[in-house]
Design a protein around this ligand. Structure first.
Ligand code: AHR
Length: 500
């Protein structure tokens, strides 16, 4: 039987915040070095930024870019990363058993964002692992104070007269994780996050602050962590973070395909926890969600890779090469974020280049798009506007992890001009899924395009040798008549159906 849903302009979820299409650049592996930054590369500009990568970043459509970590931030000394490059120290990066040269630092990050274009916004993390309130304040003064103080004048002396204007700040990273340098209990972290937030607001009451939530829904402390941290920080922060990565376990592809079931329940459980704390505090304020790390990540391979490192510079680690199957799951994660756009107001795809990334590069060589590039760029381009409330009536399939799951996962976004884009995933590995959408009251008359990412070989990938093996294709036969859309979604496919 077909999968069905109804779209009605009277029933909406909320407006999409452009920050939903954020990404993440960490000093990790080759994300920075030989990724975004490679002086001497034929495509590098005078500042060492790769123009070929910048072109792809613009095409991807990223907005907020989180930096400099990740686990890296818990050892980060911001002052190592500014000033004359020849004076910057080399440091041990405990998080990734690597050597950090600091050739790329704060100023280069801001230059990189400016070159992406006006839509790119900084999202800076402060170190609350091995450092605290004082260093966060110093970084904020260096970055944002106009002039006339030691640190703002130092910035000008370093060549950046204009303040960086960083508005969005993360108060540490994954402080709930025992792997984090300077890991804390919820109570310990809640206190230091509150004091850091209070002090940062003394410099500038308009900063937007993200408190660390859980590193995944599976953490033992999940739920209690958020409640304790928010009890301490509720009036002082704007967002709480969520992180989630998905991979197939023991070859269980059917559960992997339904990963968004976990992501949606994670979001809903964090919303419930935020609102519960708000109710207890009798607060009218609403805390929003910053899903500032999400992706498909074959994490089980990473530990072995990292544990044998002997402090190299920019090692090849976490360079997952994504298949069509991975891209379909990835698209479904994007759908999950859009479906919760009322509360998820920041999201960062982890990461941007080379490290579990949509863009890959070869040192001295080309840059290319992974399979996951396409769902992200299409969602960022067409997923702007108001999310419509989509309640699917879909055939289901069995999964070991999540029980019965819908074969169809979908959302729809209505743009300002009234056009609508449906994003849909068919989770069936073998069968096409007929789709019927009733478009009551939307006054749509035409299918502009039905684009799909699917392949006879779900394991197909883009590689250095074959960088365009997988690209989206146009689907014929999708029709709109009498207020009803009909389409067939190929097995294991990501679909973008544009209507006007
Ligand atoms: O994105 C890779 C790593 O995943 C980040 O450094 C960390 O925050 C998370 O565990």
């Amino acid at each position: 039987r077909p999968a069905r849903f109804t779209l009605d302009p009277a029933f909406t979820v909320g407006a999409v915040n452009p920050r939903l299409f954020g990404s993440f650049v960490e000093h990790l592996g080759r994300c920075v070095y030989t990724g975004v930054f490679e002086p001497g590369h034929p495509a590098a500009d005078a500042e060492g930024l790769r123009q070929d990568v910048l072109d792809l970043v613009r095409e991807l459509g990223v907005t907020a870019v989180r930096y400099p970590g990740g686990n890296f931030v818990s050892g980060y000394k911001w002052e190592d990363s500014v000033g004359p490059v020849e004076d910057r120290p080399r440091r041990l990066d405990l998080a990734w058993r690597s050597t950090e040269t600091n050739r790329f630092g704060l100023s280069e990050y801001i230059a990189f964002l400016k070159k992406i274009g006006p839509r790119a916004e900084p999202m800076m993390a402060v170190n609350l692992g091995t450092r605290g309130v004082a260093e966060a304040l110093e970084l904020q003064e260096y970055a944002n104070h106009p002039s006339g103080t030691a640190l703002s004048d130092l910035r000008a002396e370093h060549g950046d007269k204009d303040p960086f204007g960083i508005r969005l700040w993360c108060l540490g990273n994954e402080m709930d994780g025992p792997w984090q340098t300077g890991h804390k209990t919820a109570q310990e972290y809640g206190r230091v996050a509150a004091e850091t937030a209070r002090a940062m607001r003394q410099i500038d009451p308009d900063v937007e602050l993200v408190a660390c939530g859980s590193s995944s829904q599976a953490m033992e402390t999940f739920g209690a962590w958020e409640a304790t941290v928010l009890q301490e920080t509720y009036d002082l922060v704007d967002h709480i973070s969520l992180h989630a990565y998905y991979e197939p376990h023991d070859g269980d592809v059917d559960s992997f395909l339904a990963s968004a079931v976990d992501m949606e329940s994670f979001i809903e459980n964090v919303v419930a926890t935020c609102d519960h704390v708000g109710a207890r505090l009798k607060s009218k304020k609403r805390i929003n969600l910053s899903f500032d790390e999400w992706n498909v990540w074959y994490m089980s391979r990473t530990e072995a890779q990292v544990s044998v490192l002997d402090w190299p510079e920019a090692p090849r680690i976490l360079e997952d090469n994504y298949s069509v199957l991975d891209a379909v799951v990835f698209g479904s994660l994007l759908i999950a974020l859009l479906r919760h756009a009322d509360r998820v107001t920041v999201a960062c795809l982890a990461q941007l280049v080379n490290v579990i990334a949509p863009i890959m590069t070869e040192p001295g060589g080309p840059a290319w798009r992974q399979t996951t590039f396409f769902p992200f760029s299409q969602a960022s381009r067409y997923g702007r506007g108001e999310v419509l409330d989509v309640r699917v009536d879909s055939p289901t399939y069995d999964t070991a992890k999540y029980g019965e799951a819908d074969l169809l996962h979908a959302t729809a976004v209505r743009a300002e001009d009234g056009s609508v884009t449906v994003f849909a995933v068919n989770r069936s590995r073998t069968e096409a899924l007929p789709l019927e959408v009733a478009l009551g009251g939307l006054h749509l008359t035409e299918v502009v395009e039905h684009s799909a990412l699917a392949d006879a070989d779900p394991d197909a990938r883009n590689t250095l040798a074959e960088p365009e093996r997988v690209v989206p294709h146009t689907v014929d036969g999708t029709a709109l008549a009498d207020g009803r859309l009909t389409a067939a979604l190929e097995p294991l496919s990501w679909n973008v159906i544009r209507l006007r």
